[in-house]
Design a protein around this ligand. Structure first.
Ligand code: GLP
Length: 264
Protein backbone atom coordinates (compact mmCIF):
# COMPACT_ATOMS: atom_id res chain seq x y z
CA UNK A 1 0.00 0.00 0.00
CA UNK A 2 0.94 3.64 -0.16
CA UNK A 3 3.30 5.18 2.39
CA UNK A 4 1.14 7.41 4.57
CA UNK A 5 3.24 10.00 6.36
CA UNK A 6 1.46 12.02 9.05
CA UNK A 7 3.32 15.17 10.04
CA UNK A 8 2.93 17.21 13.23
CA UNK A 9 1.79 20.33 11.34
CA UNK A 10 1.11 21.84 7.92
CA UNK A 11 4.51 23.47 7.68
CA UNK A 12 6.35 20.23 8.29
CA UNK A 13 4.13 18.38 5.77
CA UNK A 14 4.70 21.05 3.13
CA UNK A 15 8.45 21.10 3.74
CA UNK A 16 8.66 17.31 3.52
CA UNK A 17 6.85 17.45 0.17
CA UNK A 18 9.30 20.06 -1.10
CA UNK A 19 12.24 17.93 0.10
CA UNK A 20 10.99 14.97 -1.91
CA UNK A 21 10.65 17.07 -5.04
CA UNK A 22 14.14 18.44 -4.46
CA UNK A 23 15.54 14.94 -3.94
CA UNK A 24 13.93 13.77 -7.19
CA UNK A 25 15.46 16.70 -9.09
CA UNK A 26 18.89 16.14 -7.56
CA UNK A 27 18.75 12.41 -8.29
CA UNK A 28 17.81 13.09 -11.92
CA UNK A 29 18.37 16.63 -13.22
CA UNK A 30 16.53 15.59 -16.41
CA UNK A 31 13.47 14.30 -14.59
CA UNK A 32 9.96 14.85 -15.91
CA UNK A 33 7.90 16.28 -13.06
CA UNK A 34 4.13 16.44 -12.90
CA UNK A 35 3.04 19.53 -10.99
CA UNK A 36 -0.18 20.67 -9.33
CA UNK A 37 -1.87 23.93 -8.40
CA UNK A 38 -4.16 24.72 -5.45
CA UNK A 39 -3.62 26.59 -2.20
CA UNK A 40 -2.07 23.47 -0.65
CA UNK A 41 0.90 23.70 -3.00
CA UNK A 42 1.80 27.32 -2.31
CA UNK A 43 4.00 26.64 0.75
CA UNK A 44 5.51 23.65 -1.07
CA UNK A 45 6.75 25.78 -3.95
CA UNK A 46 8.02 28.48 -1.57
CA UNK A 47 10.03 25.86 0.34
CA UNK A 48 11.25 24.28 -2.90
CA UNK A 49 12.54 27.61 -4.21
CA UNK A 50 14.40 28.25 -0.93
CA UNK A 51 15.90 24.78 -0.78
CA UNK A 52 16.91 24.87 -4.45
CA UNK A 53 18.76 28.15 -3.80
CA UNK A 54 20.41 26.80 -0.64
CA UNK A 55 21.58 23.63 -2.34
CA UNK A 56 22.44 25.19 -5.72
CA UNK A 57 20.00 22.85 -7.49
CA UNK A 58 19.33 23.61 -11.14
CA UNK A 59 15.93 23.06 -12.75
CA UNK A 60 17.28 23.80 -16.22
CA UNK A 61 17.20 20.19 -17.44
CA UNK A 62 13.74 19.28 -16.20
CA UNK A 63 10.47 19.06 -18.04
CA UNK A 64 7.31 19.85 -16.08
CA UNK A 65 3.72 18.98 -16.94
CA UNK A 66 0.90 20.48 -14.90
CA UNK A 67 -2.22 18.48 -14.23
CA UNK A 68 -4.75 20.89 -15.63
CA UNK A 69 -5.87 24.29 -16.88
CA UNK A 70 -9.17 26.17 -16.93
CA UNK A 71 -10.91 26.35 -20.30
CA UNK A 72 -11.62 29.90 -21.40
CA UNK A 73 -8.68 31.55 -19.67
CA UNK A 74 -5.80 32.76 -21.81
CA UNK A 75 -2.32 32.00 -20.46
CA UNK A 76 -1.88 35.62 -19.33
CA UNK A 77 -5.15 35.69 -17.32
CA UNK A 78 -4.22 36.35 -13.68
CA UNK A 79 -6.07 33.22 -12.50
CA UNK A 80 -4.92 30.85 -15.22
CA UNK A 81 -2.89 27.98 -13.86
CA UNK A 82 -0.11 29.07 -16.24
CA UNK A 83 0.12 32.48 -14.55
CA UNK A 84 -0.20 30.86 -11.13
CA UNK A 85 2.67 28.46 -11.81
CA UNK A 86 4.87 31.25 -13.19
CA UNK A 87 4.21 33.34 -10.09
CA UNK A 88 4.61 30.52 -7.56
CA UNK A 89 7.54 28.63 -9.05
CA UNK A 90 8.81 29.14 -12.58
CA UNK A 91 9.69 32.83 -12.17
CA UNK A 92 12.00 31.91 -9.28
CA UNK A 93 14.02 28.99 -10.68
CA UNK A 94 16.20 28.53 -13.76
CA UNK A 95 13.85 26.36 -15.83
CA UNK A 96 13.41 27.67 -19.40
CA UNK A 97 9.73 28.49 -19.92
CA UNK A 98 9.60 26.22 -22.98
CA UNK A 99 10.26 23.21 -20.75
CA UNK A 100 7.22 23.96 -18.56
CA UNK A 101 4.00 22.55 -19.97
CA UNK A 102 0.35 23.25 -19.23
CA UNK A 103 -2.62 22.67 -21.51
CA UNK A 104 -3.76 25.87 -23.23
CA UNK A 105 -7.07 27.06 -21.88
CA UNK A 106 -7.83 29.29 -24.85
CA UNK A 107 -7.00 26.96 -27.71
CA UNK A 108 -9.46 26.87 -30.60
CA UNK A 109 -10.34 23.23 -30.00
CA UNK A 110 -9.89 22.02 -26.43
CA UNK A 111 -10.41 18.37 -27.36
CA UNK A 112 -7.53 18.56 -29.83
CA UNK A 113 -5.44 20.42 -27.26
CA UNK A 114 -6.12 17.70 -24.67
CA UNK A 115 -5.05 14.91 -27.02
CA UNK A 116 -1.93 16.84 -27.99
CA UNK A 117 -1.05 17.31 -24.30
CA UNK A 118 -1.36 13.59 -23.65
CA UNK A 119 0.90 12.92 -26.64
CA UNK A 120 3.47 15.44 -25.36
CA UNK A 121 3.63 13.67 -22.00
CA UNK A 122 4.19 10.38 -23.75
CA UNK A 123 6.85 11.87 -26.04
CA UNK A 124 8.73 13.18 -23.00
CA UNK A 125 9.20 9.61 -21.81
CA UNK A 126 6.48 9.81 -19.17
CA UNK A 127 6.26 11.45 -15.78
CA UNK A 128 8.78 10.37 -13.14
CA UNK A 129 7.08 12.00 -10.17
CA UNK A 130 3.56 13.43 -10.14
CA UNK A 131 2.59 15.85 -7.37
CA UNK A 132 -1.09 15.74 -6.42
CA UNK A 133 -3.49 17.61 -4.18
CA UNK A 134 -7.00 16.41 -3.45
CA UNK A 135 -10.33 18.19 -3.74
CA UNK A 136 -12.83 18.07 -0.87
CA UNK A 137 -14.93 15.71 -3.03
CA UNK A 138 -11.96 13.43 -3.69
CA UNK A 139 -11.02 14.81 -7.11
CA UNK A 140 -7.46 14.73 -8.41
CA UNK A 141 -6.43 17.18 -11.12
CA UNK A 142 -9.93 18.09 -12.27
CA UNK A 143 -11.12 14.48 -12.41
CA UNK A 144 -14.41 14.94 -10.63
CA UNK A 145 -16.44 12.07 -9.11
CA UNK A 146 -17.66 9.65 -11.83
CA UNK A 147 -14.54 10.22 -13.96
CA UNK A 148 -13.42 7.05 -15.68
CA UNK A 149 -10.58 5.48 -13.75
CA UNK A 150 -8.94 4.79 -17.13
CA UNK A 151 -9.40 8.32 -18.50
CA UNK A 152 -6.79 10.27 -20.46
CA UNK A 153 -6.29 14.03 -20.80
CA UNK A 154 -9.61 15.52 -21.82
CA UNK A 155 -12.24 18.19 -21.14
CA UNK A 156 -14.10 17.92 -17.83
CA UNK A 157 -17.03 19.85 -16.49
CA UNK A 158 -16.46 21.00 -12.89
CA UNK A 159 -18.90 20.22 -10.10
CA UNK A 160 -20.77 23.06 -8.42
CA UNK A 161 -18.76 22.46 -5.23
CA UNK A 162 -15.42 22.74 -7.08
CA UNK A 163 -16.52 25.92 -8.86
CA UNK A 164 -17.53 27.34 -5.48
CA UNK A 165 -14.25 26.30 -3.83
CA UNK A 166 -12.21 27.87 -6.63
CA UNK A 167 -14.26 31.08 -6.68
CA UNK A 168 -12.12 32.40 -3.81
CA UNK A 169 -9.26 32.94 -6.28
CA UNK A 170 -11.42 35.12 -8.57
CA UNK A 171 -12.62 38.68 -8.09
CA UNK A 172 -16.23 38.97 -6.95
CA UNK A 173 -18.57 39.12 -9.92
CA UNK A 174 -15.92 37.58 -12.18
CA UNK A 175 -16.99 34.51 -14.14
CA UNK A 176 -15.45 31.37 -12.57
CA UNK A 177 -14.58 28.75 -15.20
CA UNK A 178 -16.90 25.76 -15.41
CA UNK A 179 -14.71 23.48 -17.54
CA UNK A 180 -11.08 22.43 -17.57
CA UNK A 181 -8.62 20.34 -19.51
CA UNK A 182 -7.19 17.78 -17.10
CA UNK A 183 -4.85 14.84 -17.24
CA UNK A 184 -6.99 11.74 -16.89
CA UNK A 185 -6.83 9.28 -14.03
CA UNK A 186 -5.18 6.78 -16.37
CA UNK A 187 -2.62 9.44 -17.29
CA UNK A 188 -1.86 10.15 -13.63
CA UNK A 189 -1.59 6.45 -12.82
CA UNK A 190 1.09 6.06 -15.47
CA UNK A 191 3.47 8.35 -13.56
CA UNK A 192 6.26 6.26 -12.07
CA UNK A 193 5.80 7.82 -8.62
CA UNK A 194 2.88 9.69 -7.07
CA UNK A 195 3.21 12.19 -4.23
CA UNK A 196 -0.02 13.46 -2.71
CA UNK A 197 -0.20 16.27 -0.15
CA UNK A 198 -3.34 17.11 1.82
CA UNK A 199 -3.53 19.59 4.67
CA UNK A 200 -6.30 20.95 6.87
CA UNK A 201 -9.53 19.60 8.35
CA UNK A 202 -11.44 20.34 5.15
CA UNK A 203 -9.62 17.44 3.46
CA UNK A 204 -10.04 14.86 6.27
CA UNK A 205 -13.11 13.18 4.81
CA UNK A 206 -11.76 13.01 1.28
CA UNK A 207 -8.45 11.61 2.56
CA UNK A 208 -10.18 8.88 4.59
CA UNK A 209 -12.38 7.96 1.63
CA UNK A 210 -9.39 7.89 -0.73
CA UNK A 211 -7.06 5.84 1.45
CA UNK A 212 -9.44 3.59 3.36
CA UNK A 213 -12.65 3.51 1.35
CA UNK A 214 -13.43 1.38 -1.68
CA UNK A 215 -11.65 2.11 -4.96
CA UNK A 216 -14.40 3.88 -6.84
CA UNK A 217 -14.95 6.55 -9.48
CA UNK A 218 -17.05 8.31 -6.82
CA UNK A 219 -13.76 9.21 -5.13
CA UNK A 220 -11.20 9.50 -7.94
CA UNK A 221 -8.26 9.78 -5.49
CA UNK A 222 -9.05 6.25 -4.26
CA UNK A 223 -7.28 4.95 -7.38
CA UNK A 224 -4.00 5.67 -5.53
CA UNK A 225 -4.59 2.38 -3.73
CA UNK A 226 -3.68 0.68 -7.01
CA UNK A 227 -0.45 2.61 -7.60
CA UNK A 228 2.75 0.71 -6.79
CA UNK A 229 4.71 3.80 -5.68
CA UNK A 230 2.42 6.33 -4.05
CA UNK A 231 3.33 8.46 -1.04
CA UNK A 232 0.72 10.49 0.82
CA UNK A 233 1.84 13.31 3.11
CA UNK A 234 -0.70 14.66 5.61
CA UNK A 235 -0.87 17.06 8.52
CA UNK A 236 -2.75 16.16 11.71
CA UNK A 237 -6.05 17.68 10.58
CA UNK A 238 -6.10 16.00 7.18
CA UNK A 239 -5.31 12.67 8.91
CA UNK A 240 -7.96 13.10 11.59
CA UNK A 241 -10.59 10.81 10.06
CA UNK A 242 -8.32 7.88 9.23
CA UNK A 243 -9.39 4.67 10.91
CA UNK A 244 -5.88 3.17 10.91
CA UNK A 245 -4.10 6.38 11.82
CA UNK A 246 -2.21 4.92 14.82
CA UNK A 247 -0.93 2.12 12.59
CA UNK A 248 0.42 4.60 10.02
CA UNK A 249 2.03 6.56 12.85
CA UNK A 250 3.62 3.38 14.23
CA UNK A 251 5.18 2.72 10.84
CA UNK A 252 6.28 6.32 10.22
CA UNK A 253 6.57 8.18 13.54
CA UNK A 254 6.20 11.93 13.02
CA UNK A 255 5.83 11.31 9.29
CA UNK A 256 9.43 10.20 8.93
CA UNK A 257 10.28 7.53 6.37
CA UNK A 258 11.71 4.63 8.37
CA UNK A 259 12.48 1.50 6.45
CA UNK A 260 12.20 -1.93 8.03
CA UNK A 261 13.31 -4.98 6.13
CA UNK A 262 10.17 -6.85 7.19
CA UNK A 263 7.49 -4.34 6.17
CA UNK A 264 7.24 -5.41 2.54
C1 GLP B 1 -8.16 22.31 -7.80
C2 GLP B 1 -7.01 21.65 -8.56
C3 GLP B 1 -6.52 20.39 -7.86
C4 GLP B 1 -6.30 20.67 -6.39
C5 GLP B 1 -7.60 21.10 -5.75
C6 GLP B 1 -7.48 21.38 -4.26
O1 GLP B 1 -9.39 21.77 -8.11
N1 GLP B 1 -7.36 21.34 -9.91
O2 GLP B 1 -5.31 19.94 -8.48
O3 GLP B 1 -5.79 19.52 -5.74
O4 GLP B 1 -8.04 22.29 -6.40
O5 GLP B 1 -7.01 22.67 -4.08
P1 GLP B 1 -6.58 23.33 -2.72
O6 GLP B 1 -5.18 22.87 -2.49
O7 GLP B 1 -6.66 24.80 -2.97
O8 GLP B 1 -7.51 22.84 -1.68
Amino acid sequence: MASILIHPDTESASRATAERLLAAIRANPHAVLGLATGGTMEPVYTALIDRAAETGTSFAGLHTFNLDEYIGLAAHHPQSYRTTMDRLLFDHVDIPRARTHLPRGDSEDSAVEARAYEAQIEASGGIDLQLLGIGTNGHVGFNEPSSSLASRTRIKRLTRSTIKANARFFRSGEQVPTHAITMGIGTIMQARNLLMLATGAGKAEAVAAALEGPVTASCPASILQFHPAATVILDQEAASKLKWRDFYEDIHPGGEEVYFADTH
